[in-house]
Design a protein around this ligand. Sequence first.
Ligand code: ZN
Length: 263
Amino acid sequence: MELLKFNNLSYRDQVSHFVTTRHGGVSVGEFTSLNLGFNVGDKYKNVERNYEILAGELGILPSDFVIAKQTHSNNVIVVEKNKKRGYPTVPGTVLEDTDAMVTAVGGICLMVRTADCVPLLLFDPCRKVVAAVHAGWRGTVKNVAGKTLKVMHERFGTRPQDIEAGIGPSAGPCCYEVGEEVREAVMKMPVAGERVITSGASRGRYYFDMRSANRQTLLSAGVNPDGIEVINRCTICESGNFFSVRAAKGRTGRMGAGILLDF
Ligand SMILES: [Zn+2]
């Protein structure tokens, strides 16, 4: 199985992480092959098997994954010990209505699922806290990444300058065309503005650099430039390697980006 890694997080002790591609699973057709999305039209059994394969690769149990029903919100949940922890295939144990998860508990893998949206993984090596964030354009303009840092600070005393962050593959500025509604929302962002949005192929169309916008968000919150690593690969350009809702025009699988503290 091909798992992508961030160098800055790989160098650190006490934390493991990964970003999946679409390779290495058992799903077929438009879900080929490592689909981690349960509600996208794939066979349930295959998705379940994909979780088992991924867990085996990571040396953890499927029950160690904590996932969320992502809603393009900026809701952040702190995952406590033994609370709301459960097998992702059991309905009701998936965290509801949240796009960012934070924990200081070792041995549980916070994982966001994406197919064009931006996955962010955060690690505070001083306070031993991790977070996984899902940021599509809505989450990005709602500052879900900044809000996650705020929760880490309030709850655990995390200082932004200590953070090591990874920003994973997403729809890139080469392909991610958006309309006026998105441009207006982006221009209202305190940090990003015109640096992350450029004119598109036709009138009223724009290209939005979501990875850069999230990087700017982290920087403006006080994260060091050296602490942020970006995998600048576009899910639409590379739809053979990544799931992309845009490239597939809808029906497709989901990749996972996960992080866990050692016990
Ligand atoms: Zn592209």
